[in-house]
Design a protein around this ligand. Structure first.
Ligand SMILES: Nc1ncnc2c1ncn2[C@@H]1O[C@H](COP(=O)(O)OP(=O)(O)OP(=O)(O)O)[C@@H](O)[C@H]1O
Ligand SMILES: [Mg+2]
Length: 272
């Protein structure tokens, strides 16, 4: 059976950009170590604007570590050292003038396990705009909350219960709430680390549709262990292995015609 049929790949001609797409973020020679232990051994990767980039690879290969480099979440991990260069719109995100808090508003993150704050649905979404001073009054804040919940595909389900705790929602709804929370500060890039791994197939399908819609306005990087998900939601895929980025190409190319035998082995399930 071909890889294409195993993965139930649909022909997606629209996934092939006619013209080169601008790189929103660029990583060059990114090395990360935890104490003496190397985790990433020099990653070069371009993250194209308004596209979904999937990061795939066996457990422990450094996908989450790389994702955390992009918005400096590794700064908070003791003993973690990051070298190399990462830019956002050409600006060095590790530059001296960059405030990591502001950076994380521009490069938002959604985690594996939905993690709403112990606050109301409304306050979960309003939190970021409040601390970043993005809304000037109550009406404007209401507007931001409503728009974010709509974009996250959750508004219809929560409009009557905005004062209830975020934790009262189902897992899939909580994850969409976390996406609404990320969107509320108008990020340019959204990082998602296995955002569907705690969700059932219906909630997963909902998030996947959402990702496809969101890429019109955002640049998205998603880590997933689910090959079919990578094939469904992304236009570009990068395969990581033992701290290296083995290859990055159009998703269809990676899944039908990988250049490296390690990629081939991984996507056909020979190891992982
Ligand atoms: N906080 C940490 N402290 C020490 N070592 C870490 C830490 N986080 C990750 N590592 C190590 O860095 C390497 C890469 O881990 P990382 O979590 O980035 O992998 P991953 O590809 O996301 O794996 P998974 O698919 O299991 O989530 C592993 O060897 C891991 O043990
Ligand atoms: Mg991980």
């Amino acid at each position: 059976m071909s890889i294409r049929s195993q993965l139930k790949l649909r022909p997606r001609a629209d996934q092939r950009p006619a013209a080169p797409v601008a790189a929103k973020m660029v990583a060059r020679g990114v090395r990360v170590s935890y104490g003496a232990k190397p985790a990433l051994k020099g990653i070069d990767l371009d993250i194209q604007e308004n596209r979904v980039l999937a990061l795939i690879g066996p457990s422990g290969c450094g996908k989450s570590t790389f994702l955390r480099c992009l918005n400096r979440m590794n700064d908070t991990i003791e003993g973690c050292r990051v070298e190399g260069r990462i830019t956002l719109d050409g600006e060095d995100v590790y530059g001296r003038t960059i405030d990591p808090v502001q950076l994380r508003a521009r490069v938002g993150m959604v985690f594996q396990k939905p993690n709403p704050f112990p606050k109301s649905i409304y306050d979960n979404v309003a939190y970021g705009p409040r601390i970043h001073g993005l809304a000037s009054g109550r009406d404007e804040l209401d507007e931001v909350v409503q728009t974010s919940l709509k974009r996250a595909g959750l508004w219809a389900e929560v409009r009557e219960r905005l004062r209830e705790p975020g934790t009262s929602l189902s897992g899939g709804q909580q994850q969409r709430l976390c996406i609404a929370r990320a969107i509320a500060v108008s990020p340019e890039v959204i990082l998602m680390d296995e955002p569907c791994s705690a969700l059932d197939p219906i909630a997963t399908a909902h998030i996947e549709e959402l990702i496809d819609e969101l890429r019109a306005n955002y640049t998205i990087v998603i880590v997933t262990h689910n090959m079919q998900q990578a094939a469904r939601v992304s236009q570009r895929t990068a395969f990581f292995h033992l701290g290296e980025m083995v290859e990055c190409d159009d998703t269809e190319e990676i899944f039908t015609n990988p250049r490296d035998e390690r990629t081939q082995g991984y996507i056909t399930g020979r190891y992982g």
